[in-house]
Design a protein around this ligand. Structure first.
Ligand SMILES: NC(=O)C1=CN([C@@H]2O[C@H](COP(=O)(O)OP(=O)(O)OC[C@H]3O[C@@H](n4cnc5c(N)ncnc54)[C@H](O)[C@@H]3O)[C@@H](O)[C@H]2O)[C@@H](O)CC1
Ligand SMILES: Nc1ncnc2c1ncn2[C@@H]1O[C@H](COP(=O)(O)OP(=O)(O)O)[C@@H](O)[C@H]1O
Ligand SMILES: [K+]
Length: 510
């Protein structure tokens, strides 16, 4: 990890919807801070433009709302710093906060009405970069014709676009791309990412994005967040600590229940990943010939799933992962295991509607979108249309914690909904989910609450893949991601050590 995060990084990032932005605005307004916040936001955008494209001639496009206000502040700061800017605005009324910013800009520079002709003339002159402040979270589709002509022209031009808050024409809360949405190379999102910047296909319109702080306490922003996004410091704080006299009996006994005839690989990958995550003892239990990857794993082949209760007898697993390669009897086996009331990761074949309502606080359901659709009895596209909502619906119906896998993965837990920042498309290969189930079960077996194990598990699993991605590309195997967990763990630990040193240095210097 090379990320050098700001001090606020010890808190998670806020995922803000349009309603969240409105509520935060109302709070800032009541506190008399809205004008300053717009000033801070616009200045932060200008600073990033200066840092990235110091010599670019910038065409700044200004809408009628607060997004346009931010753009006008940025125009002022860029101009004051000596950068060439040209400003075109959809409206020239000086009312409201954005109007105030227009007046302030006019005190130092010119503004023309944004029409297709004015845009054409501006593009004909030298212009290296477009700063898009047309529409932000206030956009409601469909795009009006006056604007769709502008976005279509910009999308067709071979020009770099940087968007303020989100590319104009994207709906902040949803992954869909409305007709006519602008495509940006980079997005400076304010206060925290909007769901559209996190989920495909909308996020592909935003290019690389970065969150610029609003210079208000992160706690205020988090209060209005739809979900939270993990940061490295926050994830690192979840890592379990082990006593010096730990032994295999205290480091967590994990059972992987799955695997039937011809389906031995899936539980083997889960067990492998659990060992790499630090479990003290692993048992693989199935009705097929068990084929563990590691000799450390204890195996049991049951004549029939009905023999599971007898196998359990007086044994007491610290955590379980079940469902991988389990086949047709998965729901029945899962119902039985859930009644044991132990920390349990329910995956793959066991993710069935029969288990509705059987979750308890120790249960983590780990569906991918198609499994989530099965659980919700809806089409997969409905899950993908709003993954935050889908994960929360499953949680409401099934109980426990829900890990809705994907790029990115969403965790819906009692303490709210989380979005995982790690992971990459190299993970689109079979067995990745089995590995994740093993990682989460291992962490739960080491004493983390199931919901915390889920959050840290998805983070470590994705980070392991991210650290491998540069050398493996798309040829990344699930077992490698399992092998890489210790490296991810260490990277996270080192991040904390680094952040701690910085913090100590800061205290010493001040
Ligand atoms: N609390 C925060 O997070 C802050 C938010 N700020 C900015 O405020 C923005 C939100 O401001 P607003 O609520 O004013 O919204 P917008 O700036 O997104 O714009 C609303 C305007 O767009 C027009 N519009 C809506 N739908 C349209 C359509 N289909 N076709 C054409 N025009 C359409 C509306 O008529 C209105 O004039 C954020 O995106 C961000 O840039 C910043 O000022 C800093 C503080
Ligand atoms: N494009 C992607 N970006 C980030 N993570 C991904 C991506 N594709 C897959 N993953 C991750 O890989 C895993 C795939 O799980 P799953 O589909 O259950 O695999 P399997 O059933 O083969 O074990 C999940 O953790 C998912 O989040
Ligand atoms: K914008």
């Amino acid at each position: 990890m090379t990320s050098r995060a700001p001090a606020n990084a010890t808190l998670p990032e806020a995922v803000l919807t349009a309603a969240g932005v409105r509520a935060l605005d109302a709070r800032l307004e009541a506190a008399g801070l809205l004008r300053l916040t717009m000033e801070n936001a616009g200045r932060a955008v200008a600073e990033r433009v200066r840092a990235l494209r110091p010599h670019a001639r910038v065409l700044i496009l200004v809408g009628r709302g607060a997004n346009g206000g931010d753009a006008l502040v940025a125009a002022r700061h860029l101009h004051a710093a000596g950068q060439a800017v040209r400003v075109l605005a959809l409206g020239l009324e000086e009312t409201g906060l954005a109007g105030e910013m227009l007046r302030a800009w006019r005190a130092m520079g010119e503004v023309d009405l944004l029409t297709p002709q004015a845009l054409e003339a501006a593009l004909a002159q030298r212009c290296d970069l477009v700063l898009d402040g047309l529409l932000g979270t206030g956009f409601r589709p469909p795009l009006r014709p006056e604007l769709s002509a502008i976005t279509a022209r910009l999308n067709a031009a071979d020009l770099e676009v940087f968007a303020i808050d989100l590319p104009s024409g994207l709906q902040a809360d949803l992954p869909q791309v409305p007709e006519g949405a602008l495509r940006a190379a980079r997005t400076f999102t304010l206060g925290g990412p909007k769901p559209a910047l996190l989920f495909s296909p909308a996020r592909e319109c935003a290019g690389e994005w970065e969150a610029l702080p609003l210079a208000v306490p992160q706690g205020w922003v988090l209060e209005h967040a739809r979900a939270r996004r993990l940061t490295p410091a926050h994830a690192a704080a979840l890592l379990p600590q082990r006593a010096a006299d730990a032994h295999k009996g205290t480091a967590g006994e994990v059972w992987v229940i799955g695997g039937s005839e011809g389906m031995s690989g899936a539980p083997a990958m889960a067990a492998h990943a659990a060992l790499r995550t630090g479990s003290g003892l692993l048992r693989m239990i199935g009705t097929g010939e068990p084929r563990p990857i590691d000799p450390e794993v204890i195996t049991a082949r049951l004549p029939d799933w009905a023999d599971l209760e007898a196998y359990r007898a007086d044994r007491r697993p610290d955590a379980l992962a079940l469902g991988m390669g389990l086949g047709g009897q998965a729901a029945r086996v899962a119902a039985r295991v859930l009644a044991w009331a132990r920390p349990t990761v329910v995956d793959a074949d066991a993710l069935t509607p029969e288990l509705r309502g059987l979750g308890h606080p120790g249960v983590v359901w780990t569906p991918h979108p198609a499994e989530a659709a099965r659980m919700l009895a809806c089409p997969t596209h409905a899950v993908l249309a709003d993954p935050l909502e889908a994960a929360e619906c499953i949680r409401a119906a099934y109980g426990g914690t829900v890990v809705l896998k994907g790029g990115p993965t969403v965790v819906a837990a009692e303490d709210g909904t989380w979005v995982n920042p790690t992971g990459n498309p190299g993970m689109a290969s079979a067995g990745m989910g089995d590995t994740l189930a093993g990682v989460i079960a291992s962490l739960a077996g080491q004493g983390l609450e199931a919901a915390v194990a889920a959050r840290l598990g998805v983070y470590l699993h994705g980070l392991s893949a991210d650290l491998l991605q540069p050398e493996r590309g798309y040829g990344l195997q699930a077992t490698e991601v399992g092998c890489g967990i210790p490296r991810a763990w260490r990277a996270l630990r080192e991040w904390v050590d680094w952040a701690g040193q910085e913090e100590r240095k800061r205290c010493k210097d001040s």
